[in-house]
Design a protein around this ligand. Structure first.
Ligand SMILES: [Zn+2]
Length: 111
């Protein structure tokens, strides 16, 4: 499930207003331009109007491809081949789940 962006003064989510700003239940406002994101994270508004963070689906697909490439190269030369294979499969699953999270809030990979 995509992360909810909560108001910093209490654990309530921000919801979008008709004017495009966000507001928590206590009336604290957040302008979209003030949303601070790290790395490949992007923000979105879910179907109930809650501000959420998701991984950019382009980055998720790139990570998935990188994991497939690593698996294709093989893990036999690793000190712990089974452990490495498990780690790569977990990374692939994580990137797929990130992609689904973005899709659930209406963000699809651009062409
Ligand atoms: Zn608040």
């Amino acid at each position: 499930m995509p992360l909810v962006q909560a108001c910093p003064t209490h654990p309530s989510p921000y919801r979008v207003r008709a004017d495009g700003w966000f507001e928590c239940p206590a009336g604290h406002e957040l302008h979209p331009g003030d949303i601070d994101l790290d790395g490949p994270t992007v923000w979105a508004v879910d179907g109930s109007g809650v501000l959420r963070y998701v991984v950019d689906p382009t980055a998720s697909l790139e990570e998935f491809g990188d994991v497939l490439d690593a698996l294709a190269q093989g893990v036999d030369d690793c000190p712990d081949p089974l452990g490495m294979a498990h780690a790569l499969i977990r990374m692939a699953l994580s990137s797929c789940l990130d992609y689904v999270d973005a899709f659930r809030v209406g963000i699809a990979k651009s062409a």
